[in-house]
Ligand binder design. Structure first.
Ligand code: F6R
Ligand code: MG
Ligand code: MG
Length: 372
């Protein structure tokens, strides 16, 4: 059984938080080529969305494997060194720990991993996003695997008709729960409609008994206890032959749905599906971007990528994202453009609030004139 891993980190932006510098990408590509030559990896490729580098790798070590995670950690140290030398912005930003120990859990870099027996033909799409959080995958995953208005295969294909099993993480309480669709659709939606806290981590086919999708679920702010940059999640989705078709997997992104995370991690904004050339958030440190890299996997070799959103059928979603961005921007510092107070918990706004704490007077007491 092989494993497909995407491991990602922001180790420094060029310019500001908008892109990865080509030298950093080259250093990562050289490291991955060497790891393939050494036999650590079967195959690997390097890509990026905004200021986040993604290592996309196939190997035989399984999920959470020490050799693969430590390789990614070392590679991000190397890209951080490039960022430091060039003075790139936020060098080493996502490397929250001083030293590597065991695996990357709780250390800053995000990862999505899926271990599976390769089918005779194995189409897979790797999604990379910037300026948003892991719950941003909840809505599209629901549509792909549980909404017949998005995925006619749920109605028509006998292998899909039975439904799918969603594993959901509660990021605040560090616990998990599983729901089967369509039977428990409403229970599932009750939770995943709150994507800041509840995140779809994995989906399995009930009929085929195989894993179909995996996401990165770490929240940097919950690890660090403060805002250190957005999580910028990644996701793996297998397609076809009893799983959603490639077109059904891409269809949810034809709407620029609203996600949290843009500008100072503090704003809702529409997510814009783009080709790699346009995966460079600019206006208002956004709008958040998503790229879709399609691969056929053969004996672990990554045949691809195809840049799936580099296609005119997503032009309308891009222009919708611009229109929604105009509308939301006009709210300025007001909700719902700005996140709700509880979701701003890890920004420096709370320090400012603390400075004003003794200015508040109970309404039950007489008005004290403000000091001059
Ligand atoms: C980073 C991000 C940016 C920064 C913003 C302010 O992921 O989303 O919007 O939060 O550019 O950055 P600082 O405080 O470093 O100037
Ligand atoms: Mg950044
Ligand atoms: Mg980023």
């Amino acid at each position: 059984m092989n494993t497909l891993s995407i491991i990602k980190a922001d180790t420094g932006g060029f310019v500001g938080h908008s892109e990865v510098h080509p030298e950093a990408l080259q250093v990562a590509r050289d490291a991955v080529s060497a790891a393939v030559a050494d036999g650590l990896l079967i195959d690997g490729t390097v890509s990026r969305c905004g200021d986040d580098i993604s290592l996309i790798m196939t190997h035989r070590h399984g999920a959470d494997a020490e050799p693969v995670h430590s390789f990614a950690w070392d590679t991000f140290q190397k890209t951080t060194a490039v960022a430091e030398r060039l003075g790139l912005y936020g060098a080493g930003q996502d490397l929250l720990s001083d030293a590597f120990s065991g695996n990357l859990r709780g250390m800053g870099p995000g990862y999505a991993e899926l271990e599976f027996d390769e089918r005779p033909s194995e189409p897979v799409i790797c999604f990379l996003a910037d300026k948003t959080e892991p719950g941003a995958w909840n809505l599209p995953l629901y549509k792909m695997f549980a909404d017949p208005f998005n995925t006619p295969g749920l109605v028509i294909d006998e292998k899909m008709h039975v439904g799918f099993r969603f594993e959901v993480y509660d990021l605040y309480e560090e616990r998990r729960v599983t729901f089967e669709t369509p039977r428990e659709t409403y229970d599932l939606l009750m939770y995943i409609g709150a994507p800041a806290r509840y995140v779809v981590h994995r989906i399995d086919s009930i009929r085929l008994g195989i894993p179909c999708a995996a996401t990165s679920t770490q929240r940097l702010s919950l690890i660090a206890g403060k805002y250190v940059g957005k999580d910028d999640p990644v996701m793996i989705v297998r397609c076809q032959s009893g799983l959603p078709a490639v077109g059904e997997v891409l269809e949810p992104f034809a709407m620029a749905y609203a996600v949290a995370g843009c500008m100072r991690g503090s704003h809702h904004a529409p997510i814009m599906p783009v080709g790699l050339a346009q995966a460079t958030p600019a206006r208002f440190d956004g709008p958040p971007r998503v790229v879709a890299l399609g691969f056929q996997i053969k004996n672990g070799a990554l045949i691809g990528p195809r840049d799936m959103f580099d296609d005119p059928s997503f032009d309308r979603a891009r222009s919708q994202a611009n229109e929604v961005m105009d509308y939301l921007r006009r709210h300025g510092p007001f909700e719902p453009h700005r996140l709700a107070l509880e979701d701003l918990e890890y920004t420096t706004m709370h320090q400012l609030e603390a400075n004003l704490a003794d200015r508040w007077q109970p309404l039950t007491e007489p008005r004290v004139p403000a000091a001059r």
